[in-house]
Design a binder for this molecule. Structure first.
Ligand code: MN
Length: 509
């Protein structure tokens, strides 16, 4: 029998505000000495009062708008009561029945069998809450310390509807959300630093069944790969249990990286009673322009989101989904790419550009236009990204301006640089940030494509290499390669080998 997985995700992400959610302590939990970014408010001292951080609310509303959610007119905070050593107040300020955002969606890119496809994943709610502190255990396991730098850091919690149906979809959703958070500059969403935490809720039911199976929760999945691997493993594990007629136990499971399998952390007792009630120390919030929350303005100033950029790149540049994904995975890289293309096209429009790249009206030919887009794509996706990865350089620290990169593409397209020479120029540009035409001149890499100049060299070679010339005339094809080699040597490597070959053949006939 086949079993259908039903998967829902619960994702927490730190908002990168300057200060914490309800006090003026710095929001900088990963890069500070333990217990330095704390104050009486986030430590829950008696008599203190929280004040909501507007920057955090603005950011939650931006995520809600980006995910096409309904934004609440009125919202409020609630107390979620539980006891744990990392929770100074004995309760977490969260949101219960009036979250800021409800009913949104993300279209996740899933490559279908016939080209590109998207699947719409519905989002149930996005709310704002504070994080707890962090327990740090000594290596021998005998002591536990508490670092409260994280206590009170603003967290967004997003809950999807249970509409995902594979491990890959779970990963894609988390990936796309992370991209959106980064595009909006709302969270760095670095899972290694605990800035984004993902819980997977999963149940299996016989195919076609209306009833859902027993729900298993997976927590502490610390990378996107683990989210995918653990989900796939769990689908497999539960299928096997159901196949032999046994029952899946409702429980929370973790991921064992060494064994590459999930393991039981605790079985679910009764549902927790958190005794939620409205937070009495914070007033309810009206979301309106009068009250400082101008949603129209937020929408207008929203950057182009990953999905829109992906679609536009596929349309404008003829990228397939994979290439578009590579270029949009970082908005700085996407901007760099577009800047380089427009700069290369700008070079082509100048009088100094070869005449064959423009039509009678002086417009860039469709062929040249297409070639420039392809060349820029290839040189960024392959060559530049390899250099960045090999040297551990981020696009922000790249020394090559997009103007210089565009000029490099122009020089390649117009035959001034062979592909070997272009790689050499690019290497030096990468190290020094120098202008590509300067490097080309200094290193004598300019390729001679000019037929007049080449003809002279070819005539000299033909005069000198009588034997090879005769061999070629007697039908020995390899002699032509030798002669091209001689032209290259004579020109000190600057001849365009393709044009040299064509000219040689013409002369020898
Ligand atoms: Mn939560």
């Amino acid at each position: 029998m086949d079993y259908t997985p039903t998967i829902g995700l619960e994702i927490h992400a730190h908002l990168n505000t300057r200060t914490k959610l309800f006090c003026g302590s710095l929001n900088n939990p990963s890069d500070s000495e333990p217990n330095t970014n704390i104050c009486a408010i986030c430590m829950g001292h008696p008599g203190v009062l929280p004040v909501a951080n507007k920057e955090a609310i603005d950011k939650i509303l931006q995520v809600g708008l980006a995910l096409k959610c309904q934004i609440a007119d009125h919202s409020k905070f609630d107390r979620k009561n539980y006891f744990y050593p990392d929770l100074p107040k004995g309760y977490q300020i969260s949101q219960y029945d009036k979250p800021f955002c409800e009913n949104g969606y993300i279209d996740i890119p899933i490559q279908g069998e016939r080209g590109e496809e998207y699947k719409r994943i519905d989002v149930e709610r996005i709310h704002l809450e504070e994080d707890a502190g962090r327990l740090v255990h000594s290596e021998d396991g005998k002591e536990t310390y508490v670092d409260f730098n994280r206590a009170g850091v603003p967290l967004m919690e997003l809950v999807t509807k249970p509409v995902l149906s594979s491990a890959l979809e779970a990963r894609k959703f988390a990936e796309e959300l992370r991209l959106i958070l980064r595009y909006l500059n709302i969270s760095d969403a670095d899972m290694e630093k605990g800035q984004m935490r993902i819980e997977v809720n999963l149940s299996l039911a016989p195919e076609g069944s209306k009833e859902l199976g027993t729900k298993v929760e997976m927590k502490n999945l610390n990378s996107l790969r683990v989210v995918e691997d653990a989900t796939a493993y769990e689908i497999e594990r539960q299928s096997k249990i159901l196949e032999v007629g046994e029952k899946v136990i409702q429980e929370t499971r973790g991921w064992d990286e060494n064994k590459q399998q999930t393991f039981s952390q605790r079985s679910k007792e009764e549902a927790h009673d958190y005794r939620y009630f409205p937070e009495p120390d914070l007033p309810p919030i009206t979301i309106s322009a009068d009250n400082g929350f101008d949603l129209d303005r937020m929408l207008k100033s929203m950057p182009e989101l990953p999905q829109a950029k992906r679609n536009r790149f596929m349309e404008e540049f003829g990228h397939n989904l994979e290439t578009a994904d590579v270029l949009i995975e970082n908005s700085d890289l996407a901007n760099y790419f577009e800047g380089s293309v427009s700069e290369a096209l700008h070079w082509l429009q100048q009088d100094s550009a070869p005449a064959n790249t423009r039509d009678a009206d002086g417009k860039i030919t469709a062929e040249s236009d297409k070639k420039i887009r392809e060349l820029t794509t290839n040189y960024i996706v392959k060559n530049l990204r390899t250099l960045l990865a090999d040297t551990g350089t981020g696009i922000k620290n790249l020394k090559i301006t997009h103007e210089n990169f565009g000029e490099l593409i122009y020089l390649i397209h117009t035959g001034n640089l062979s592909s070997a020479a272009a790689r050499e120029v690019l290497d030096e540009m990468f190290d020094t940030g120098k202008d590509p035409s300067d490097i080309m001149e200094e290193r004598g890499l300019k390729q001679v494509s000019d037929e007049g100049a080449l003809e002279q060299i070819i005539e000299e070679v033909i005069a000198k290499q009588e034997k090879a010339v005769n061999d070629f005339k007697n039908g020995e094809e390899s002699a032509l390669k030798f002669l091209i080699g001689q032209v290259m040597a004579q020109s000190k490597g600057s001849a365009n080998p393709q044009i040299a070959g064509e000219l040689l053949k013409k002369k020898l006939k």
